[in-house]
Design a protein around this ligand. Sequence first.
Ligand code: ADP
Ligand code: MG
Length: 340
Amino acid sequence: MEAKPLYSFRRLILPAIFVLGLFWVTWSRRPATTAYYGQAMGTTWSVQLADARQHNIQEEVQGQLNIVNALMSTYQPDSEISRFNRHDTTSFDLSTDTLKVINTALKVHESSLGAFDITVGPVVNAWGFGFPPSLKTPTEKELTALQQYIGSTHLSIAQNTLQKNTANTQIDLSAIAKGYAVDKVSLHLQSLGYENFLVEVGGELYAQGQKDKQSWLVGIEQPTKEQGVIQLVLPLENKALATSGDYRNYKERDGKRYSHTIDPRTLRPIEHNVASISVIADTVMEADAWATALNVAGEEEAFRLAEEYDLAIYMLLREQDGQFRSRSNAAFAELLQQGE
Ligand code: ADP
Ligand code: MG
């Protein structure tokens, strides 16, 4: 008679392999969310990845953001934009990335009836919001002198080149480049096959797919100096969200608040009661630019433009008594309901 092996392959080892296999499958399919953090473009970034299979994306995300910064920063003297700002009135070759951003900027400029304008930089600096920051107030004469260089109509695009018709016209992409950077990282993650992630740079974000089989939940902050107090939680799936407001970046002099957002039509900091405006769109680049545009436009005009250009918006308005009043449009209400 043949001796039976102590551990029968069929009775013990095979079931053991089966059970271990089952463990492995359940474990590897578990919706693990990994968070990555870093700094870029003068602010912080974060990415949450919720796909089952993942690899470490820290360096890749940082790399993508560094590319955008090296092209569009006005703080780096050798960036593409800084070189264009020093360039004369002959045509200037642009990278595909910068071309996309400037094209969108010019579109939003036109649609917002001039409220969004990437040539407003010299006026931003004149009000002391450039680098180094200061408390200065420009004189009427200084503003009139700058007037002749301000206006996106000084810029024209032909194929992949950009041209200005006055050498002193300058470009400042601060109100749109962060949004574009989020789009670029999102596209990169998509190209790697990822389907569920949340990418954020300086508060502007894109939510793709889901987390734990539900839409991503993102917070809209209260427009106060303290960071991270949540006013509203919004479910977001395959959508971009950007917020613009005067609640963090402003200066106070003689009890008056000066916003770092300038109305290009008056060359003065905006002064109305919009504390913050959040815009939901398909790309973060558009949401970012529109948030600044609608902040300049003010309450009534912002709601009119949102209808015309199909944007979901949520606004917090500063009341006389220091309280906030919220107002949103139907497109925004619909997004909120989808999460219920
Ligand atoms: P916010 O979160 O308030 O939108 P951003 O950093 O996105 O802040 O944009 C504000 C910056 O955009 C300003 O610091 C300035 O450089 C630039 N900017 C100010 N006014 C305008 C405008 N009307 N159009 C385009 N860019 C502007
Ligand atoms: Mg903005």
